[in-house]
Design a protein around this ligand. Structure first.
Ligand code: M6P
Ligand code: ZN
Length: 192
């Protein structure tokens, strides 16, 4: 079925997209994803549930050829030494790639193959990151301000969070001496 052309408006500084649907992810949603689960639990127990990121999306029917677009606003902060980050996912339809366009802030895109082969790419305003198909991807805010980026991917891609929840990423992005460091995740279980 033919889809109507659309017009949207993106505020580059704020990262908001109109019209769009928005999702807010808080620490409660991310508690199984941060490595330091003890600190995550302690923060939640203290009655605080900080917003980690917001996603503004314009979704199309998940048919071949359709594209989903949106923005992500990832707040600055850490749980223990690990910087605030998105859950991260693989695409369920494995031949789906994705493009990120950095709009503001200072981030790292963490990528890994299914077997855990890691890569990381720095992303700030004006940087473009190509996530090839089959690579798991997670955004990490290593700066003091908000990390804001635009994304585009096939509408039929689907998000596989379960693999990340169970297995984690092989690398963690942590604070060290006022900068960031990419270190091995001691709990990562290598497959294949
Ligand atoms: C990026 C895109 C979105 C994704 C968002 C949040 O902007 O990859 O598809 O939803 O980050 O990441 P996640 O879904 O892994 O929590
Ligand atoms: Zn994706």
């Amino acid at each position: 079925m033919a889809t109507d052309p659309k017009h949207l408006s993106l505020d580059f500084a704020k990262g908001t997209l109109v019209p769009s649907t928005s999702t807010t992810r808080t620490l409660k949603d991310l508690q199984d994803f941060f490595a330091d689960t003890q600190t995550a639990q302690a923060v939640l127990k203290s009655g605080s549930n900080p917003i980690i990121y917001e996603v503004f999306e314009s979704l199309q029917p998940p048919d071949p050829g359709n594209l989903d677009i949106g923005t992500t606003i990832l707040y600055p902060g850490r749980i223990g030494s690990e910087f605030y980050m998105t859950k991260g996912h693989y695409h369920i339809k494995e031949d789906s790639s994705e493009i990120y366009v950095g709009l503001a802030g200072d981030g790292v895109i963490l990528l890994q193959s299914r077997s855990g082969n890691p890569r990381w790419i720095r992303m700030g305003a004006g940087d473009i990151v190509v996530v090839p198909h089959k690579w798991g991807h997670r955004a990490v805010n290593v700066g003091q301000g908000r990390l804001i980026f635009f994304f585009i991917y096939p509408a039929e891609a689907g998000h596989d969070y379960e693999s990340i929840q169970k297995q984690g990423f092989s690398k963690l992005v942590v604070e060290k001496n006022n900068t960031f460091e990419v270190v091995d995740n001691p709990r990562f279980t290598r497959k294949g």
